[in-house]
Design a protein around this ligand. Structure first.
Ligand code: SAH
Length: 375
């Protein structure tokens, strides 16, 4: 907003032109500057002349899972692509999307539910979660994650983060008010290594698109200095931290960034993180068969999070062919969960979403083929 106001002032326009531009871009979602009917024709022409452009990133490909999840390959202005995932909740049941949606009491009756119609899938949904990318690729070298294989190409601009969401909402035919749309910053990239643009996108989404911070969750691999900064933000999404190892040796093996910020530093930052009333800090723990899924390791996790108002999301590894890890048996996952629950820690097993189209956690790698045997 401020930037648009400054832009208007610099060209001798009144300050409220900034607000008009903002509303046109973020609320009316205009596609060309000459469509901003609230601006004088002459000013529209000047903006175009100066080379300003607005618009949606193009959806280059769309893959639809048998569970309703859609994975979008979104093309940016310079031809780079990132992935954005749409996860509808058709049944109001347990959420498998990493957001808090499944924990919520659902007070709406069926008749109040939001129904989106798209030319591709005809299903009602009571709420949906969009998983958004923050970078092209990722620089954090987690050994169990597909995105890591890409390396990092560049940071996304705030507008490119918001653009993914705007493009998907439009493609899904979703109109404001967006009361039941959650955002998770859990796609490609490490949001805390693109911190300023990530936070700017949060503000744009809240002020412009109308999705409140309380409906957003950001996940970090554990960039400790940024966890401190994030705690100081007056308005912020909820925080999730990817734990994935119960001791330093194990965590360093699967997340080499643990050498830079080890568990002592990470858990200190977590302990000091200022939580709001009723807020919990989420820890994600990807279970890798015979690597970090033993009962003993669950007991180490209990010790690690002691004293923190935490909740734990367990994610059984989503397989990828080039990865040296296996998915644990369901019973192994359940046993791990039981130990945490018995220690009084709310622990959920995330239901994988869109595995058949490579849309699930850790599978985002701009894959153009789909899994064998999927529709
Ligand atoms: N870079 C951030 C955001 C990505 S979130 C972060 O690391 O937190 C993606 C989540 O999926 C993380 O919790 C990560 O640990 C998890 N993940 C990565 N690869 C996975 C895989 N192959 N199977 C299941 N979960 C995975």
């Amino acid at each position: 907003m401020q930037e648009l106001t400054n832009l208007a002032l610099r060209s001798g326009q009144p300050a409220y032109r900034g607000q008009q531009l903002f509303d046109a871009v973020y609320r009316q979602k205009i596609e060309r500057l000459d469509q901003v009917s609230t601006l004088p024709l002459e000013y529209r022409a000047r903006l175009v002349e100066q080379g300003w452009e607005v618009g949606f990133p193009r959806i280059a490909r769309k893959f639809i899972s048998s569970d309703g999840t859609a994975r979008y390959l979104v093309e940016l202005a310079d031809g780079e692509t990132v992935e954005t995932v749409w996860m509808p909740e058709g049944d109001g049941g347990e959420s498998g999307d990493g957001s808090e949606a499944g924990d919520e009491m659902d007070s709406g009756s069926a008749s109040e539910s939001v129904v989106a119609r798209s030319p591709h899938i005809h299903m009602g949904w009571r709420r949906a979660t969009i998983c958004v990318s923050s970078q092209v690729g990722c620089a954090v070298n987690c050994k169990f994650c597909f995105t890591a294989l890409l390396g990092v190409k560049r940071n996304l601009e705030a507008g490119e983060i918001v653009g993914q969401i705007a493009a998907v909402l439009r493609e899904q035919g979703v109109e404001p008010p967006l009361q039941r749309v959650n955002i998770v910053f859990m796609g490609m990239g490490e949001p805390f290594l693109n911190y300023d643009n990530f936070m700017k996108s949060v503000r744009l989404l809240a002020e412009g698109v109308g999705i409140p911070e309380s409906r957003m969750t950001v996940s970090t691999a554990g960039i400790v200095p940024r966890i401190h900064d994030f705690g100081q933000e007056p308005l912020r999404p909820k925080l999730a931290i990817s734990l994935n190892g119960s001791n330093d040796a194990l965590r360093t093996e699967v997340m080499p960034l643990n050498r830079k910020w080890d568990l002592e530093e990470l858990m200190k930052a977590a302990r000091e993180f200022p939580l709001r009333a009723r807020e919990r800090l989420t820890f994600e723990y990807v279970l890798l068969a015979d690597v970090n899924d033993a009962p003993e390791q669950a007991r180490e996790v209990v010790e690690l999070v002691r004293g923190i108002r935490a909740k734990i999301n367990l994610i059984a590894l989503n397989p990828g062919t080039e990865l040296p890890y296996r998915t644990p048996e369901q019973e192994r996952v359940a046993a791990f969960q039981r130990i945490l629950v018995a220690a009084g820690i709310p622990t959920f097993v995330r239901r994988p979403r869109g595995r058949d189209i490579f849309a699930a956690c850790g599978q985002l790698k701009r894959t153009v083929e789909v899994a064998p045997g999927s529709p």
